[in-house]
Design a binder for this molecule. Sequence first.
Ligand code: CP
Ligand code: NVA
Length: 310
Amino acid sequence: MKTNQELVGRDFLTIDDFSTEEIEFLLYEAAELKKQKGILDVLKGKVLGMIFEKASTRTRVSFEVAMLKLGGHALFLSAKDIQLARGEPIEDTAEVLSRYVDALMIRTFDHRTIKRFAEAASIPVINGLTDTHHPAQVLADLLTMKEQKGRLKDLKVTYFGDGNNVAHSLIEGASKVGMNLTIACPVGYEPDNQIITNAEQTAKQTGATIQVIHDSIEAAKGAEVLITDVWASMGQEKQQKERINVFAPYQVNEDLCKFASDDYIFMHCLPAHRGEEVTETIIDGPHSVIFQEAENRLHVQKALLKSLLS
Ligand code: CP
Ligand code: NVA
């Protein structure tokens, strides 16, 4: 088991930034921190700056509360209210903020934006979602699967929907922990080829399998975990109507879930659109673990912040 020492000062832009051992350490830490109810002082005097270019409920609140629970403080920086929106360069913003705060969490559109921040900043930069990655979400998802199913290795997980941010981080996560992951998506909405190729390399060491298919029923067969996400992500609102037609065969509903393992769990990063990517009967039904998954954002965030900052 690794120690905090090896994670101190690191950036967390993608799941791939951490090794299998480091991910296992973070999940172990998160489970330990979940048991502790009071306020710790491990990050006393430390400040996290949080820049949001997109809306957020879970990411904002879980990072802010995690800092508070570890004895530190978090600053919410709405991108439209800081000089970034008026054209101040990313590099200047990163350099200045590095002199005020101890770490930055950023939610933005283009992944290249967060990479530029990380290159210019002298403090850890954490990805709170970009168009192509959502690594903090997937750490919480892995913790939830481990709690629910008792293992990650060889777990049969199927993701239904768009091959974008959540799917990409899930692919990277699955490859690190040895899962059998299937992505079921419409033609033209497949995950990025480079991410799959890299994950396949990692999978050679961990025994993971990653497959992308278009047949949702085939993908559901025997799945122990069914995951989905919205059909139109933040920034894609104008495509909402056309996406509803394209993604309809990938809706997680009672007919589809009949093909899953009897004791399957249903997961969703939230926010969800009931009646689109998932029916009410499934998301609010007995197999759903969405609120445990959302709660785990907090515990994983605590483990991450403690490890990068203390
Ligand atoms: N799952 C997730 O990242 O939720 P928010 O958009 O509310 O942060
Ligand atoms: N794929 C979604 C995830 C939201 C947490 C989006 O990017 O909007």
